[in-house]
Design a protein around this ligand. Structure first.
Ligand code: C5P
Ligand code: C5P
Ligand code: ZN
Length: 457
C-alpha cells in the first residue's frame, strides 16, 4: 500500500496545476486540507471544491473544465475505470470492486484492509502526502480528525490498523497525544451535565436524554457542577472525580444488565491535538471533527478548510457560529425523528423525515437514533430525507453485531439504488444513497432482498 502511495505521489510531482474535489464532511474537509497543504508546500497551483456526492452533472462539468489533474479525496472510488478523459488520482476509503485497482487509486479495500475502521479518506490522502515528503508528518493530526469524524474508533474504542500508524506519526511529530479517557463527546467544551445528558455510546440508563437526571446523578456523586460562575466540563475534574463518575456509570450499566462488553465502552483511547489550546473546540479530535461538520454540511466548506489550514481568527469565529446552529439542528433533528414513527419490516426499519431534516445531516441523525434506547438494534435503520433538487437522500446505519453476521450495507444500498436509477455506496456498517422521489418502497424491497441474502450466506 505504501508503494501505491508513492506511485500516486509521483502523479502529483509531475503536475503543475491540480484541482481537488472532496466530500462535505469532517473526513472530506481534513482530506482536502491535507491535499491543499501538500500542494502549497510543493509550490504547485491548486484549487479545491467540496461536493455532496460525485454525480453525473459534477463529473461532466469537471470534464468540460479540462483540468490538468483532478485529485479526488474521500470519494471517487466508484469512477476509477470510467471517464478516461478525466486525468485523476483518487485517495479514498469507500468500498470498491477489485477492478478499481488502477495505479492512481489508493484505497485500503484494494489491499485487504477495511476502510470502515482502518483508514479514512483523510488518512489515505495523508499517506500520499507523507510519500511526497517526510516533512508532511505534521499533517497526521488532520488525518486523525478525519478518522474520528468518520467514527473509525467506534469498533474497538480506539484507532487500529493504518490509523494507528498515523497516530504514531503524530505523536512522534509532536502534534498528537493519546489519552485513555471517557469516550463521550464534549469533554473540553460541554458542561458536565450536557456530557452525560447526550451520552449515547454507551447510553447511561435513566440518565441519557434527561437533563434533570444527569444533574441528580452528578449531585449524588458529590461532583460540583460549577466552578465560581462557570459550568465545569470534564477536563476540569480532578483525576479522582473522573474515576468516581466513570465507575458509577460502569456500575449503573452492569446493574441494569448491559454486560461487561457494553460497560467497557465507556472508556477508550482519545486523541488530543497538542498544539491546540486545552478547553477549546480544537483540542479534542472528536470536537474538532464536529466543528468541521458544522461548516461543510451547511455549504460553508471554506470556513472549515481555513480552520484546518491554521486560521484562528475570523474563520474560526465563523466556524464557532456555525457550530451552535449545527448543534441546534441535531437536537431538533433527533426530536423530529423520535416523533416520526419507525416502521419495522423483516430485514430493515426506517423513518421518513421528508423536509423535516436536512439531507446533509440525516446520516448523523440516523446514527444518533440507532443509539437511542427505544430503537431495536437487531435491524439496520434507514433514514430518508428530501433533497433540495427533488430527490431523496438515504442514510443507513447498523451495529457491528449485524456486520459480523454478514451484513454489508454498502453493497445492499449500491445494488438497490442502481435498480431504480439512483446511486449509492459507503461501508459495511454505514452507507448512503440518493434515489428518485416516490421510489422509496421499491428501494426498501430491493435492500431487504439483498440483506436477506447477506445474512443467510
Ligand atoms: O463518507 P464517509 O466515509 O466519510 O462517512 C463514513 C460514515 O460512516 C460516517 O457518517 C460515520 O458516521 C459512519 N460510520 C459509522 N460507524 C462506523 C464507521 C463509520 O457509523 N464504525
Ligand atoms: O450520507 P451518509 O452519512 O449516510 O453516508 C454514509 C456513507 O455512505 C458515507 O461513507 C458516504 O460517503 C457513503 N455514500 C456513498 N454514496 C452516496 C451516499 C453516501 O458512497 N450516494
Ligand atoms: Zn470518509
Amino acid at each position: 500500500m505504501l508503494q501505491r502511495a508513492s506511485e500516486v505521489a509521483s502523479y502529483l510531482l509531475d503536475s503543475k496545476d491540480v484541482h481537488i474535489v472532496t466530500h462535505i464532511d469532517a473526513d472530506g474537509i481534513t482530506a482536502g486540507a491535507i491535499a491543499s497543504e501538500t500542494l502549497r508546500r510543493l509550490k504547485k497551483r491548486y484549487s479545491i471544491e467540496c461536493v455532496k456526492q460525485l454525480d453525473e452533472v459534477t463529473l461532466q462539468r469537471l470534464i468540460r473544465e479540462d483540468h490538468e489533474l483532478v485529485w479526488f479525496t474521500d470519494l471517487g472510488s466508484g469512477i476509477t475505470t470510467q471517464y478516461p478523459e478525466l486525468r485523476k488520482i483518487i485517495t479514498d476509503h469507500h468500498e470498491c470492486p477489485l477492478e478499481s485497482d488502477v495505479p492512481f487509486h489508493l484505497n485500503p479495500h484494494l489491499f485487504g484492509r477495511d476502510g470502515s475502521f482502518e483508514l479514512s479518506g483523510a488518512g489515505a490522502t495523508y499517506l500520499v502526502s507523507r510519500a511526497v515528503s517526510e516533512k508532511n508528518r505534521d499533517l497526521s493530526s488532520l488525518a486523525i480528525v478525519g478518522a474520528i469524524g468518520d467514527l473509525q474508533d467506534r469498533r474497538f474504542c480506539e484507532l487500529r490498523g493504518l490509523n494507528a500508524e498515523i497516530v504514531k506519526d503524530g505523536v512522534e511529530a509532536g502534534v498528537l497525544q493519546t489519552v485513555r479517557d471517557i469516550r463521550y463527546f464534549g469533554k473540553e467544551t460541554r458542561p458536565l451535565t450536557k456530557l452525560l445528558q447526550y451520552a449515547s455510546d454507551p447510553l447511561i440508563p435513566g440518565v441519557s436524554g434527561r437533563e434533570d437526571a444527569s444533574v441528580a446523578f452528578l449531585q449524588e456523586l458529590q461532583i460540583e457542577l460549577k466552578q465560581k460562575d462557570s459550568w465545569r466540563s470534564w477536563v476540569d475534574l480532578r483525576k479522582e472525580e473522573k474515576r468516581r463518575v466513570i465507575s458509577a456509570i460502569v456500575q449503573m450499566l452492569l446493574s441494569k444488565g448491559f454486560g461487561y462488553q457494553v460497560a467497557s465502552r465507556v472508556l477508550g483511547e482519545t486523541y488530543l491535538l497538542c498544539r491546540e489550546e486545552e478547553g477549546t473546540e480544537l483540542h479534542d479530535a472528536k470536537e474538532f471533527a464536529t466543528l468541521l461538520n458544522s461548516t461543510a454540511r451547511y455549504g460553508q466548506y471554506e470556513v472549515g478548510l481555513q480552520v484546518c489550514l491554521g486560521d484562528r481568527g475570523k474563520w474560526l469565529k465563523e466556524a464557532l457560529n456555525l457550530l451552535s446552529g449545527h448543534r441546534h439542528n441535531l437536537v431538533e433533528g433527533l426530536q423530529f425523528a423520535r416523533e416520526e414513527k419507525i416502521q419495522k419490516r423483516t430485514y430493515v426499519q426506517y423513518f421518513h423525515a421528508g423536509d423535516g431534516i436536512r439531507d446533509t445531516i440525516i446520516g448523523i441523525v440516523t446514527n444518533m437514533m440507532l443509539n437511542t434506547e427505544e430503537v431495536d438494534k437487531g435491524l439496520p435503520l434507514i433514514g430518508f430525507a428530501h433533497t433540495e433538487n427533488g430527490e431523496v437522500k438515504v442514510s443507513a446505519r447498523a451495529t457491528q453485531h449485524l456486520v459480523d453476521r454478514g451484513l454489508d450495507l454498502a453493497t445492499a444500498l449500491t445494488r438497490a439504488a442502481q435498480e431504480i436509477h439512483g446511486v449509492g455506496g459507503g461501508h459495511n456498517i454505514a452507507a448512503g444513497a440518493t434515489i428518485p422521489k416516490g421510489k422509496e418502497e421499491e428501494f426498501l424491497q430491493c435492500v431487504e432482498r439483498e440483506i436477506k441474502l447477506q445474512l443467510v450466506s
